[in-house]
Design a protein around this ligand. Structure first.
Ligand code: CU
Length: 344
């Protein structure tokens, strides 16, 4: 009896405790059933013994903008300070029963949407609490030493302060730039950085959509696609908007492996500003095509209430999760809860 108990205890010790205790930095090599050889430095997860350790609400993320801690410098410049913490041990249930080891900025994929006005001084206090080296590389204009490529920030509490003048006006991605870069991106180390013009923007119901893919079996092909990480989320939780109200979507494509992604809107067309850098839209269309880190601003209004799909017209992507619904309410029948001044 004692022997059996010891064996049972031994088995539980073996099977329950070690699975996600520490992310491992050494490369692991696998041969797939089709004969491909693949490697990963991320954690391999057995769904029987883990639970999600990441809280992420795509509906909250959609309209959440972070303006930082604001103060004024002696010369009148606005200083916006942000603290960003990288980790690489979180587990997300990306689809029922599918657990994935995500690498995170401030605990979510994507990381927080950082927002500033052109000419502000942006200061990012970056802390790497992960088990691998990470950095923050912002697209935009800044000095070489603020580019987050050569100044590697070591694991276990390494720190770096990124500081640069916000610009140019537009929507830009930020992401980790440590090798192997593909893995540091597809694991989730990216987010959106919006620079508003000094004169502000016309009031609108604003939202952020990061188009992303998840390679949950490490074969350098995506198994799931999404707008804002969770496959099919906005199909099952439609985004409520109002008729005759300006909608402004900051869209950023962070899908790796697949050369292109695209975005089709139903029952409507949108004005599209590539990279958001110009005040005049380049296209009036219902379809844009985006390569890696391509991004822009979409603006549109719906005249008719009802349910409208938006999705990748690369149908494989939409069938693997990159699809959502706008639920358009008749604004003449309700008080608008949405629509706000942004950029201040
Ligand atoms: Cu990294």
């Amino acid at each position: 009896m004692v022997f059996i108990l010891l064996v049972m205890f031994g088995m539980s010790a073996v099977f329950v405790f070690p699975i996600i205790s520490e992310a491992q930095s050494e490369q692991k090599t696998f041969v797939t059933h089709s004969g491909g050889v693949i490697t990963t430095t991320g954690e391999i997860i057995d769904p029987l013994y883990v639970e999600s350790t990441m809280e992420f609400d795509p509906m909250k993320y959609l309209r959440e903008f972070n303006y930082g801690q604001v103060s004024e410098l002696p010369d009148g410049t606005t200083l916006r300070e942000f603290t960003i913490i990288a980790e690489d041990d979180k587990v997300m249930e990306v689809s029922p029963g599918v657990f994935f080891n995500v690498w995170t900025f401030n605990g979510t994929v994507p990381g927080p949407t950082i927002r500033a006005t052109e000419g502000d001084l942006v200061r990012i206090n970056f802390i790497n609490n992960g088990s691998k080296s990470h950095t923050m590389h912002f697209h935009g204009i800044h000095p070489a030493e603020m580019d987050g490529v050569f100044e590697i920030v070591g694991p276990g509490g390494g720190q770096f302060t990124y500081e640069f003048e916000a610009g140019p006006v537009g929507v830009h991605p930020y992401h980790c730039h440590v090798m192997p870069l593909e893995e540091h991106i597809v694991r989730g180390l990216y987010g959106v950085y919006i620079v508003d013009p000094k004169e502000g923007r016309v009031a609108a119901d604003e939202m952020v959509m990061v188009l992303n893919g998840l390679d949950t079996d490490f074969d350098t092909e995506n198994n799931f696609y999404a707008a804002n990480t969770i496959p099919f989320y906005y199909q099952h939780h439609p985004i409520q908007i109002n008729t005759n109200e300006l909608i402004r979507v900051y869209v950023v494509n962070m899908v790796e492996f697949d050369p292109i992604n695209n975005l089709h809107l139903h029952g409507n067309l949108y004005h599209y500003y590539p990279t958001g850098t110009d005040t005049v839209p380049s296209f009036y269309t219902d379809m844009i095509t985006l390569s890696q880190t391509e991004r822009g601003i979409m603006e549109f209004e719906y005249s008719y209430p009802g349910k409208y799909l938006f999705h990748a017209h690369k149908v494989e992507f939409s069938e693997k999760g990159w699809v959502g619904i706008f639920l358009v309410k008749d604004s003449s029948k309700q008080e608008s809860q949405l629509g706000a001044e942004y950029g201040n």
